[in-house]
Design a protein around this ligand. Structure first.
Ligand code: SAH
Ligand code: DHB
Ligand code: MG
Length: 223
């Protein structure tokens, strides 16, 4: 009933305000053509990531969950010329599509796509930390572990954004009662709420991606 309205409003607002460029649209199409799932952030969410990075003056960004590199491009274009972005992706096919998209977008020189399960590739990033902005958008089962890593790879003033923090808890009864991703999301939200080293909010969103939400966390201290 409402999804059609949300789609129409997103399209209206995107046309007026977001104006995603042909490079971003080409990246989406390349992902579609390669048969990748259609689960990238929406254009207005990508622009939110871009704006948060610029507001923060981010020079180093970490992304967990690359897919075709759509959110990666939004984030990378927010970096200064000497900025850098590391993005972690478990599926080599996704990484390959993303690398081509990043090349086409002219940001390949500042982006490092690392292939492997994020829990295996995160430890090496201790040597490259801190990151000014960290976007968590990979498998939901490990989302709490990723948040803990994000805190570890942050400094005071770093921003952590977590995608998809509402859908599974809002619609828990449409999942199996013991759905692990529902439990994982609840555990993440509890940990964010209880984290003494960070200030956070969670915003519900509706739009082309349905009803979901983003957690936005400002790291106050890492001690
Ligand atoms: N951030 C992207 C969408 C990411 S979709 C965008 O908005 O454009 C989630 C991605 O996480 C998928 O490509 C999936 O292959 C990847 N992923 C799943 N499990 C992972 C893991 N354990 N480590 C790293 N990446 C993982
Ligand atoms: C799914 C994953 C996402 O990261 C997202 O934004 C939407 C859906 C999924 O796995 O279904
Ligand atoms: Mg997501």
């Amino acid at each position: 009933m409402t999804q059609e309205l949300w789609n129409a409003v997103d399209e209206y607002l995107d046309g007026l305000v977001v104006r995603p460029d042909p490079v971003l649209e080409a990246a989406q199409r390349a992902g579609d053509a390669a048969g990748l799932p259609h689960i990238a952030v929406a254009p207005n969410q990508g622009k939110l990531l871009h704006l948060l990075a610029r507001m923060r003056g981010a020079r180093s960004i970490l992304e967990i969950g690359t897919l075709a590199g759509y959110s990666t491009i939004w984030l990378a274009t927010a970096l200064p010329p000497d900025g850098r972005l590391v993005t972690l992706e478990v599926d080599p096919r996704h990484a390959e599509v993303a690398r081509a998209n990043l090349e086409r977008a002219g940001v390949a020189g500042k982006v490092d796509v690392r292939v492997g399960a994020a829990l295996d590739t995160l430890p090496a990033l201790v040597a490259e930390a801190p990151f000014d902005l960290i976007f968590i958008d990979a498998d939901k089962l490990n989302t709490l572990a990723y948040f803990r890593w994000a805190l570890r790879l942050s400094r005071p003033g770093s921003v952590i954004v977590v995608d998809n923090v509402v859908h599974r808890v809002a619609y828990a009864d449409t999942y199996e009662e013991d759905d692990e991703a529902v439990r994982a999301t609840r555990e993440l939200l509890e940990a964010i709420g209880a984290e003494p080293r960070a200030s956070a909010t969670v915003i519900q969103t509706v739009g082309v991606k349905g009803h979901d939400g983003l957690a936005i966390v400002l790291v106050d201290g890492t001690g």
